[in-house]
Design a protein around this ligand. Structure first.
Ligand code: ADP
Length: 259
C-alpha cells in the first residue's frame, strides 16, 4: 500500500504452518512524530521566557547596588516573562485534560444567553474600549460543559480582539443553523492568508509569532477550541480575507439540544 508503513510478521504455527500478521504502523508513527514536535515546541516556548528571567537574576546578583528604578524595571520584565510561562503551562494542562480519557465530558444544561454575555464582557474588558463589540443570542440552550464552551467561545472572541486593530468591529452570534447550532465570531481585523487557514488549529502554529506574543498569545488557543468542539461532537470552520477580516464558526450538532 503506497505511502503507508506496514509491519509484517511471520509467526510459526503448528504443523509447519505459518501465520502472517500485518500491522499498519503509519498512524502510530504519525502520532509519535506529533508528540516529539509538541515536546520540542513546548520546551522552546518555555525556554525563551526562562532565559530572560535567568539573565536578569544574574544581573541582580552581579550588581547588588543597582538603582531602584532599574531594579523595578527588571522585576517588571521578569514578572511578565513568568506570567507568560504560567499562561503556557495553564493552556498545556487544559489541552492534555481535554484529550485525556480520564476526564470524560460532563454535560449539563448550558445557559447560552448568560454564557455569550459573559464572553462578550470579557472581550470588552480585553479590548478596553478600542473596539465596538456586539452580541446577539437567537439560538436555544444546549447540553454541554459550560466551562469548556466558555473557554472555546472566549478564545475565539479574544482572538478577534487581538487580531483586529483599534476602531474595528466584532460581532458574536449564537444561532440555529440549517442542521446545527452555531457560535459565530465576525471581525473586520487583519484576516488570514488562505495558505495558513488549515493549519491554525495545530498547536503553536501562528501566522505572525511576534504579534501573537505581543498580545499574550500562547499559540494553543485554537487547538483548545478544536478539542472542546470535538468532545461536543462539533467542529470549527474558518473563513477569512486578508486585510478585511475573519469569521470563525463553532458548530454543535442538534443532538446537543436538551431532550
Ligand atoms: P495565539 O495565542 O497565537 O493567538 P491561537 O491558537 O489562538 O494562538 O491562534 C493561532 C493563530 O491564528 C494566531 O497566532 C493568529 O495568527 C491566527 N488567528 C487566530 N484568530 C485570528 C483572527 N480572528 N484574525 C486573524 N488571525 C487570527
Amino acid at each position: 500500500i503506497r505511502g503507508r508503513k506496514l509491519i509484517v510478521q511471520i509467526i510459526p504455527f503448528e504443523n509447519r504452518r505459518q501465520i502472517l500478521v500485518t500491522h499498519d504502523a503509519t498512524d502510530t508513527d504519525r502520532i509519535e512524530a506529533m508528540r516529539r514536535d509538541f515536546i520540542a515546541n513546548a520546551s522552546h516556548e518555555l525556554r525563551t521566557p526562562l532565559t530572560v528571567i535567568v539573565g536578569f537574576l544574574e544581573i541582580a546578583l552581579a550588581d547588588p547596588g543597582l538603582d531602584e528604578k532599574t531594579r523595578t524595571a527588571h522585576l517588571m520584565l521578569m514578572t511578565e516573562q513568568a506570567q507568560r510561562m504560567q499562561r503556557l503551562i495553564e493552556d498545556m494542562l487544559t489541552l492534555s485534560r481535554l484529550e485525556s480519557d480520564e476526564y470524560p465530558l460532563k454535560r449539563e444544561r448550558v445557559d447560552v444567553r448568560a454564557l455569550v454575555a459573559q464572553v462578550a464582557n470579557d472581550a470588552r474588558a480585553l479590548s478596553n474600549g478600542r473596539h465596538e463589540i456586539d452580541f446577539a443570542v437567537d439560538g436555544p440552550d444546549v447540553m454541554g460543559s459550560s466551562e469548556e464552551l466558555r473557554s472555546a467561545f472566549g478564545n475565539l472572541a479574544s482572538n478577534a480582539v487581538r487580531y483586529t486593530p483599534a476602531g474595528g468591529r466584532i460581532e458574536l452570534r449564537w444561532l440555529r443553523g440549517p442542521n446545527d447550532l452555531r457560535f459565530e465570531v465576525i471581525d473586520n481585523g487583519i484576516g488570514i492568508d488562505e495558505q495558513h487557514i488549515s493549519r491554525l488549529t495545530e498547536r503553536f502554529y501562528r501566522v505572525d509569532k511576534s504579534r501573537s506574543r505581543e498580545t499574550q498569545g500562547t499559540g494553543l488557543g485554537l487547538a483548545i477550541v478544536k478539542h472542546v468542539l470535538l468532545r461536543h461532537g462539533g467542529k470549527l470552520a474558518i473563513r477569512s480575507t486578508p486585510g478585511k477580516g475573519s469569521v470563525f464558526t463553532a458548530t454543535l450538532p442538534n443532538t446537543s439540544l436538551p431532550g
